[in-house]
Design a protein around this ligand. Structure first.
Ligand code: EPZ
Length: 417
């Protein structure tokens, strides 16, 4: 099992390019199931989760061809097996995103329930409720969701809570339904908008993506298209935090601050100077950050996927910060590991009180989930001495070549097998 060995104390500086967004690419690759024609994707990140999704789609009969460095052509014409097995789904819960497209295109899907993960139970009841509202007959048996429909019918759906992949699944299903579907209480995340833009380029008729009411006029079929995946705003935010904690000065390329307003605001509150360019963002950090409190909530509020990274920078900031996690019930797995590095954090329900300390000490720590791993990397960059991070397969799911990119910025980091 790979580990990351990080020597703290380097100040990050220089430039590095960001990759395409994992959480946009995952639903967008599933959109290839909605048409028999080839769909061409560019700026696809090289991540374990993406490889898993491509294996899953390949098992269903979708043709997958690489096209240059970050390009792919997916051909749903050969779809012949509407099953997502437990073996595949248990490694990546985003596999649930094949459910809507399979029912819409082929009238049937058998998708294993994803099961929980480190950060919470992560049920998919809203995905099922929406498909039932569109006329699908859905049974959950032996750990599988079995959905059937001759043709989905447009419906008005209001999800009980804001769900990103729930909104994405239902939006994809509605593209081929008979009539209009209205999704209320829809997720407004930029990745939902990127998916909608891809679907529209394939001939779908969608309006309101990015707001909490999305209208989809079903069509008989979709056609091929070319789509470039949007930049990864969470990867961008993660590197901004890495530079901020080290008092660094970095410029991130092939990205945009457009979808990071709340993260940029919080970094400025912490004392960073941020310059936004058309497709780059620069951060100059102070010697020591000021503590910043935050509360996670659906977009456009502060993203839960940046909560762990901000907890790390608060560990050595000047002051006390309160971090409230409102989306997932167990997204503080990084706290115990950060405390092994010397952090002073108290958990009270879904609040974490972080008292900034003067310095952290390197230690051996363990990654528990994707963004928790990122927070350990950020803390390790300033911990005195060496930090060894175990189980970094979590990191590889969502960060492309992280040790290379950090080393390019001056960090002392290496992967040990
Ligand atoms: C997406 O997960 C992201 N994953 C997550 O990113 C992100 O943390 C999350 O949205 C919130 O922004 C992808 O896009 C692939 P939700 P998702 O459905 O869609 C509850 C990362 O680190 N809920 O918006 O699974 C759920 O339990 C990952 O990149 C139901 O109860 O999250 C949670 O408490 C982690 N029933 C809340 O809603 C449902 O049917 C929001 O979950 C669906 C969700």
């Amino acid at each position: 099992m790979d580990k990351l060995l990080i020597e703290g104390g380097q100040v990050l500086s220089g430039e590095v390019a960001m990759s395409g967004a994992k959480n946009a690419a995952l639903p967008i690759l599933c959109a290839s199931l909605l048409t028999a024609e080839p769909v061409h994707f560019t700026n696809v990140p090289h991540l374990n989760d993406i490889s898993t999704m491509l294996r899953l789609l390949g098992d269903m009969g979708v043709g997958v061809t690489m096209d240059g460095v970050d390009g792919l052509v997916l051909n749903g014409g050969g779809l012949n097996n509407p099953v997502a097995s437990y073996e595949m789904v248990k490694t990546m819960r985003a596999s649930i995103l094949v459910l809507g497209p399979l029912v819409a295109r082929g009238g049937e899907a058998r998708v294993s329930l994803p099961g929980g993960c480190a950060i919470g139970a992560r049920p998919v009841d809203q995905h099922i409720k929406g498909l039932q509202a569109m006329g699908a007959e859905v049974k959950v048996e032996q750990g599988y969701v079995h959905a059937k429909a001759t043709r989905l019918k447009g419906a008005r759906i209001c999800t009980d809570m804001v769900t990103v992949t729930g909104t994405e699944n239902l939006m994809m299903a509605a593209c081929l339904a008979d009539g209009e579907t209205i999704i209320e209480n829809a997720a407004r995340e930029p990745e939902v908008v990127d998916l909608a833009n891809c679907l529209v380029s394939m001939g779908a008729r969608i309006s309101g993506a990015g707001t909490d009411v999305i209208r989809i006029q079903g069509v008989d079929k979709l056609h091929g298209a070319t789509h470039s995946i949007m930049p990864d705003r969470i990867e961008t935010g993660t590197y901004l935090c890495a530079a901020a904690i080290t008092g660094g000065d970095i410029r991130l390329l092939k990205t945009s601050a457009a979808y990071l307003d709340t993260v940029v605001d919080k970094l400025m509150d912490a004392g960073c100077e941020i310059t936004v360019e058309r497709d780059a963002i620069r951060l100059v950090a102070p010697k020591r950050l000021k503590a910043v409190s935050l509360r996670t909530a659906p977009y456009p509020a502060f993203p839960t996927d940046m909560q762990a990274q901000f907890m790390a920078i608060n560990c050595v900031a000047d002051g006390v910060a309160t971090i409230r996690e409102t989306i997932f019930e167990n997204r503080f797995m990084h706290v115990n590991e950060l405390m092994r590095l010397g952090a002073n954090i108290q958990i009270e329900g879904n609040n974490a009180i972080v008292r900034g300390v003067d310095r952290l000490e390197g230690a051996t720590v363990m990654a528990t989930d994707l963004r928790a791993s990122a927070s350990l990397v950020i803390a390790a960059l300033v911990a005195q001495g060496e930090t060894l991070i175990d189980r970094i397969y979590h990191l590889d799911r969502g960060y492309e070549r992280i040790e290379e990119k950090l080393a390019r910025l001056g960090a002392s980091v290496k992967r040990v097998h």
